[in-house]
Design a protein around this ligand. Structure first.
Ligand SMILES: Cc1ncc(COP(=O)(O)O)c(C=O)c1O
Length: 415
């Protein structure tokens, strides 16, 4: 078996089962139960959003978005492969490459669509997809839609990954991980994962949704692992978290981009990304590339949350405070909101019973004193409500939170 990204790595993309574009009927989504956020943004400290760098309200992004609306209108008007591609899409793709060090990029209308697109374009009966059990729902759905055989390895278990790849019968394999996992906030060992993939001639897809803007001085974890431009590594991104906009992207070799344009159904049968979002995300890329202190600031604030709450610091912006009972987690979130702090609350069905948690998102645009104030409120309320934490946020015990999810957990993501 060839070691390293040889010609078969390319064959993986070109030889992938092509799902012939077929005009399907209108897709039905779930009923719209999303409530409007009633929070008063001026009075609440928001530690629940994914706006890690605070860029969604940055005047430079707003100006870029307004300018794009003036130039191109409010919508892309058509699929990118018909008449929906505007110069602003090329600008965004260039800036994404500049930030991450990847040779080519393709912008999608969301990170979800990007993950569906890459996995359906690469997958098929001759391609084994092997994914970490904590992968996001969009990666799970992409693997399902691809009609590939799928194997799932225990979270972070690279020996299991190695065995699955060694024992495969399919000619091609695609390995799927996240650089920073969304609920627990732990980081994948990308260098070792890439080495194992190269050894078995597999393509590695890394979802950098929580890595870009935060890891590697903002350029992402793939870049900081020295894997930018590696032929057998592909990256997916969302533009809606650290980049403060909306949309998604796939980044990798130019041949892969061309393959996606011709085969990724969530690209072909989807209206192009709105010009305003594309321009705002392009501006965010420029800002992050020029200013690594933004990523330092978010990690500095994350360290404050971890230290005050007595938990092990997670690799990204999101810090996860274990609470245990779902009712306690829900009540704590309500009490914190009443006290002026918005936090995320993960409880069943998003996580299994007994391991509910509060999620606190560090943001670069908050002063350390604000973050400390909020974290102290959280620590105090959690200690008061959760009996076995009444002696304070015992670091040794609370630190176990990141390891306590049982095997099979997928943050409400299904198999
Ligand atoms: C790991 C991961 N991938 C993909 C997505 C989807 O991104 P988007 O919201 O842009 O569709 C998310 C969003 O929550 C995510 O956390």
């Amino acid at each position: 078996m060839a070691h390293g990204p040889g010609p078969r790595a390319h064959a993986t993309w070109h030889g992938a089962e092509h799902h012939r574009p077929k005009p399907d009927g209108p897709e039905r989504g779930p009923s719209d139960s999303a409530a409007t956020n009633s929070a008063a943004p001026d009075t609440l400290l928001d530690l629940a959003s994914n706006d890690y760098l605070g860029l969604s309200t940055d005047p430079r992004l707003k100006a870029a978005a307004v300018d794009a609306i003036e130039r191109y209108g409010t919508g892309a008007r058509a699929s990118r492969v018909v008449t929906g591609t505007q110069p602003v899409h090329a600008e965004l793709e260039e800036e994404l490459c500049g930030l991450t060090g990847q040779p080519a990029a393709l912008a999608f209308s969301s990170g979800y669509a990007a993950n569906l697109g890459i996995l359906t374009a690469l997958g098929g009966p001759g391609t084994l997809i092997v994914r970490d059990e904590h992968c996001h729902a969009s990666l799970i759905d992409g693997a399902r839609l691809s009609r590939s055989p799928v194997e799932v390895f225990a979270h972070g278990d690279l020996a299991a990954l190695d065995r699955l790849l060694a024992g495969r019968s399919q000619p091609r394999a695609v390995v799927v991980v996240e650089s920073v996992y969304s609920v627990l906030g732990d980081a994948a060992d990308l260098a070792e994962t890439a080495r194992i993939c190269a050894k078995h001639d597999a393509l590695l897809v890394v979802d950098e949704a929580h890595g870009i803007g935060v890891a590697g001085g903002g350029r992402g974890a793939v870049h900081s692992a020295g894997l930018a431009g590696a032929e057998h590594v592909v990256l997916t991104a969302t533009l809606s978290k650290a980049l403060g906009a909306q949309g998604g992207g796939v980044l990798g070799p130019a041949a892969l981009r061309a393959h996606l344009v011709n085969t990724a159904r969530s690209f072909i049968f989807d209206t192009g990304l709105a010009p305003a979002a594309a321009a705002a995300a392009a501006e965010a890329c420029r800002i992050i590339a020029a200013d690594p202190s933004l990523a330092q600031a978010v990690l500095g604030n994350a360290a404050i949350i971890a230290q005050v709450c007595g938990i092990e610091q997670a690799a990204g912006a999101v810090q996860s405070v274990p609470v245990g009972r779902a009712e306690d987690a829900a009540q704590l979130a309500v009490r914190l909101e009443a006290a002026g702090v918005l936090v995320g609350c993960f409880r069943p069905p998003s996580v299994p019973d007994g391991i509910s948690r509060l999620r606190l998102t560090a943001r670069a645009d908050l002063a350390p004193e604000q973050v400390q104030h909020a974290a102290r409120l959280v620590a105090g309320l959690v200690a008061g409500m959760v009996p076995d934490k009444a002696d304070g946020m015992d670091a040794a015990r609370m630190g176990r939170g990141r390891d306590e999810l049982p095997r099979g957990f997928g943050s409400g993501r299904g198999a």
